[in-house]
Design a protein around this ligand. Structure first.
Ligand code: CA
Length: 220
C-alpha cells in the first residue's frame, strides 16, 4: 500500500518511514506543504500522514485545498499542536483522524488500519479468493489452509492483485505499489516476485495477460 508522509522534522520523518516500510507500506516522504500538494496531483495514495506545521505551506491549508477539490483520500494529521482549537480546526478541514506527537508506532498503525478499513467500506480485513486468503492487518497469507511465508514485497504484490480480482495490472502499476520514490527498482523485480509467488503458492495463482500485465488466477 502506497502512502504519502508529509513531515518536515528529519528525525521523525526518517524513523516513521523506516517503521512503516518495515510494516510493508510503500512510503513517499515529502518535507513541505507544496511538495505534499504536488505529490497528490501525480500519485494515487491509499492514505496521507500530514504534519500541520510544514514549511512553504501549512498542513491545514494543504488539506483545505485537497478537500475543496473533492479529493477523498484519508488524511491522518500528525502534530505537536495538542491544543483543542487546533484539533477541531484539523477535523473541520476534512482530516479523518488526529494523532498528537509524540506517539507510538503501534498506535499510528492501528489508526491507519481503521481509516483504510473505513475507506474500503469493509468491516473485515480478510480477502479470500478460492483457497487463497490474505489478511492485510496481520500480514499473513494462507493457501489451502496452510500459512505461507512471503517477503514484504511479495506480500504487497499479491495484495495489489487480490484487491482487484479479474483485473490485470501492468508491471508499472505493480512497481508503483512496491517502490517509493528514490528506491532502486531492478528492471525485472516484478517478474522475480511473481516467479516466487507462483513457486510458493501455485503456478496458476497469477496469470500473465499478454500485452497488459498480470491478474490473480483462480487458485484451486
Ligand atoms: Ca513540523
Amino acid at each position: 500500500m502506497r502512502i504519502l508522509l508529509a513531515e518536515d522534522d528529519p528525525m521523525i520523518g526518517d524513523s516513521l518511514r523506516k517503521g512503516l516500510r518495515g510494516e510493508g507500506f510503500t512510503v513517499d516522504w515529502v518535507q513541505d506543504g507544496r511538495s505534499a500538494e504536488r505529490a497528490l496531483e501525480t500519485t494515487d495514495y491509499a492514505l496521507v500522514l500530514l504534519d500541520l506545521g510544514l514549511p512553504r505551506k501549512d498542513g491545514l491549508a494543504v488539506l483545505n485545498g485537497w478537500r475543496q477539490r473533492g479529493l477523498t483520500v484519508p488524511v491522518l494529521i500528525l502534530t505537536a499542536r495538542d491544543a483543542v482549537p487546533d484539533r477541531v480546526k484539523g477535523l473541520d478541514s476534512g482530516a479523518d483522524d488526529y494523532l498528537v506527537k509524540p506517539f507510538d508506532l503501534a498506535e499510528l498503525l492501528a489508526r491507519m488500519r481503521a481509516l483504510l478499513r473505513r475507506q474500503a467500506g469493509r468491516a473485515r480485513d480478510l480477502i479470500e479468493i478460492g483457497a487463497l486468503r490474505l489478511d492485510p492487518v496481520a500480514h499473513a497469507v494462507e493457501y489451502q489452509g496452510q500459512p505461507v511465508a512471503l517477503s514484504a514485497r511479495e506480500f504487497a504484490l499479491l495484495h495489489a492483485l487480490m484487491e482487484r480480482p479479474g483485473m490485470a495490472l501492468s508491471r508499472e502499476q505493480l512497481e508503483d505499489r512496491l517502490y517509493g520514490w528514490g528506491e532502486e527498482v531492478e528492471s525485472n523485480a516484478v517478474e522475480v516476485h511473481i516467479h516466487n509467488l507462483r513457486r510458493k503458492l501455485s503456478p496458476g495463482i497469477i496469470r500473465t495477460v499478454r500485452g497488459v500485465g498480470y491478474r490473480i488466477g483462480e487458485p484451486s
